[in-house]
Design a protein around this ligand. Structure first.
Ligand SMILES: *Cc1c(COP(=O)(O)O)cnc(C)c1O
Length: 443
C-alpha cells in the first residue's frame, strides 16, 4: 500500500543544508528564528498541499466523497485559504472558526457546523452565513435550531451526531465514539429525535448521520465497523420512517507519527478500508451515500514545526539534566494535557553527534510544563535553536496566554519564501480588553 506524509515525522522537504543547518522548503530554520524571533510556528505549504492531494487521490475511487478539514486542529485565514484551494470544505465548531473561514473567502456551502453545546448566537450566525450542514448534537439543540430557523425564515440541512459505540485504542480524553461519551445521540435516542423532526421540527431537513470515533487512531478496522454501523442505521431509519437519508459523515481521527514508536496507517490504507466497507454495504442495501470525512490532525500536523531558543540549563546531581526553552505549555499544551510525546532536533547542529540525554522544560510556572522527557541531542547550549516536529495540529489552536505571555507568530514557508500568517502578539494586545473601572481611582 502506498505511503502518505502523515507517516513521516518531518515535513517532506526537511534536509541539512551546506551550512550544516536544518532547512525546510529552502528556508534555513536558524535564519527564520533570527528574522521572526522565537517561539515561532512554521507551516510548510508544500507538505500541507501534498497531504491534501494524497487524501483526494486516496478517496478518488469513491467520487461521492466530500473532504472537510477539521478547523479545530488549526484555524487561520491563510491555512483555510490553502485548504479551500485544495478542494476541502470545513468542519467548524464555534463562531470563531466559522468567522475565520468566512473571512478567508471559503464557500460557506462547504462548511459543516458541529459541536456539543452550540450557542444561540452561533446557530444564528450559521444560518446567516448559510453553512451547508449543521450537525445536531442533542434534543435541546434540535428544538432551538428549529425555532431560530423559523424566526429567520430559513430551513437548516442537518445531520444527527450519533455515538456508534466503538471503542478505539487512543488516549481516554480523545476517545469520542464510545457509548459513555458526552458527544451526540446514543443509538437508543435516535428514533425519538427523528420522530420529533418529522412531526414538529418542520424547519429541519435531515440529510444523514454523523459520527467521530476518536483521534490519533492507528487501527484500521474501527473505520470498517463505523461504516457498517452508520450504514445499517441509515437503512433502518429510512425503512422505519419512510425517509431517504443518503449522507454519512465518518469524522476524522487518522493518526500521525510524532516519534519513532508511532506507526500510523497511510491515508491510502484507510481509504481502502472505508471504500471496501462502503461497496459491501452498497451491494447489500442498494443506496450509494455521500460520505464526508473530517480529518484534522493528519492534514496539518506533519506540515508544522515550532522553533524555540534554548536558554538556561540545570543538572540535578545524579539526576535529570533540564534545558529550558522560551516556550512550552502555553504554545503546546499537549504534553502536559495528555502526556503527548514529540521529537526534536537542534536546528543549528543537527548532525553533531547526539551525546547528551536531556529533558526539555518549558518556561511556564508549572512543574508539569515539560515539553519532551529524555531526548538525546548534541550537547544543547544557550542560544541553540530547537526544532520540535509535528506541531501543526492542536498547538496554535490550543494555545493560551498563561503567565500573560504573548502568543508566537506563525510563518508559512515555500521554496525559500517565508510570510507571516499570524503576527506575534504584542504586550498591547494582551491588555487590549482590560478595563480599569473609574471607582478604582487614578493610581
Ligand atoms: C476533532 C474532530 C475531528 C478531527 O479529528 P482529528 O483527529 O484531528 O482528525 C473531526 N470530526 C469531529 C466531529 C471532531 O470532533
Amino acid at each position: 500500500m502506498k505511503n502518505s506524509a502523515n507517516q513521516n515525522i518531518k515535513p517532506l522537504t526537511t534536509r541539512v543544508n551546506e551550512r550544516g543547518n536544518l532547512e525546510i522548503s529552502g528556508c534555513d530554520l536558524t535564519e527564520l528564528a533570527e528574522k521572526f524571533s522565537t517561539p515561532l510556528y512554521v507551516v510548510d505549504e508544500n507538505t500541507l498541499r501534498t497531504i491534501c492531494r494524497e487524501y483526494k487521490e486516496a478517496f478518488a475511487p469513491y467520487p461521492n466523497t466530500r473532504l472537510l478539514f477539521a478547523s479545530k486542529s488549526l484555524c487561520t485565514m491563510a491555512t483555510s485559504r490553502i485548504l479551500a484551494q485544495e478542494g476541502f470544505g470545513f468542519d467548524v465548531v464555534s463562531d470563531g472558526e466559522m468567522f475565520t473561514v468566512h473571512k478567508a473567502g471559503v464557500d460557506m456551502k462547504t462548511v459543516l457546523f458541529n459541536g456539543s453545546n452550540k450557542g444561540i448566537d452561533e446557530l444564528n450566525l450559521a444560518l446567516e452565513l448559510g453553512v451547508g450542514r449543521i450537525s445536531v448534537d442533542n434534543f435541546l439543540e434540535l428544538s432551538l435550531l428549529n425555532e431560530l430557523a423559523q424566526k429567520s425564515g430559513k430551513t437548516a440541512d442537518i445531520l444527527l451526531r450519533i455515538t456508534p459505540g466503538i471503542e478505539c485504542h487512543t488516549h481516554e480524553y480523545i476517545q469520542t465514539g464510545h457509548l459513555d461519551s458526552k458527544f451526540g445521540f446514543d443509538l437508543t435516542q435516535i428514533d425519538s429525535a427523528i420522530e420529533l423532526i418529522q412531526d414538529e421540527y418542520k424547519k429541519l431537513n435531515l440529510k444523514g448521520l454523523h459520527a467521530h470515533i476518536g483521534s490519533q487512531i492507528f487501527e484500521t478496522k474501527v473505520y470498517k465497523d463505523e461504516v457498517d454501523i452508520l450504514f445499517a442505521q441509515m437503512v433502518r431509519i429510512n425503512e422505519k420512517f419512510g425517509l431517504n437519508l443518503d449522507e454519512l459523515n465518518l469524522g476524522g481521527g487518522l493518526g500521525v507519527k510524532y516519534t519513532n514508536v508511532d506507526h500510523p496507517p497511510s491515508t491510502f490504507e484507510i481509504a481502502d478500508i472505508i471504500i471496501n466497507a462502503l461497496e459491501e454495504n452498497i451491494k447489500k442495501y442498494g443506496i450509494k451515500p455521500v460520505i464526508y470525512l473530517e480529518p484534522g490532525r493528519s492534514i496539518v500536523c506533519t506540515a508544522g514545526v515550532t522553533l524555540y531558543t534554548i536558554g538556561s540549563s540545570k543538572q540535578v546531581p545524579h539526576g535529570t539534566k533540564y534545558i529550558a526553552i522560551d516556550g512550552g505549555m502555553a504554545d503546546n499544551p499537549r504534553p502536559s494535557m495528555y502526556q503527548a510525546e514529540y521529537f526534536a532536533q537542534i536546528a543549528n547542529k543537527p548532525e553533531k553527534p547526539a551525546d547528551e540525554t536531556v529533558t526539555v522544560a518549558g518556561r511556564y510556572c508549572e512543574s508539569g510544563d515539560i515539553l519532551i522527557k529524555n531526548i538525546t541531542l548534541p550537547t544543547p547550549e544557550e542560544g541553540d535553536i530547537l526544532c520540535v516536529y509535528n506541531t501543526g495540529a492542536y498547538n496554535y489552536s490550543m494555545s493560551s496566554n498563561y503567565n500573560r505571555v504573548t502568543k508566537p507568530a506563525m510563518v508559512l514557508i515555500n521554496e525559500g519564501c517565508a510570510d507571516i500568517i499570524v503576527e506575534r502578539e504584542t504586550l498591547e494586545d494582551l491588555t487590549r480588553n482590560d478595563k480599569l473601572p473609574q471607582r478604582l481611582g487614578e493610581k
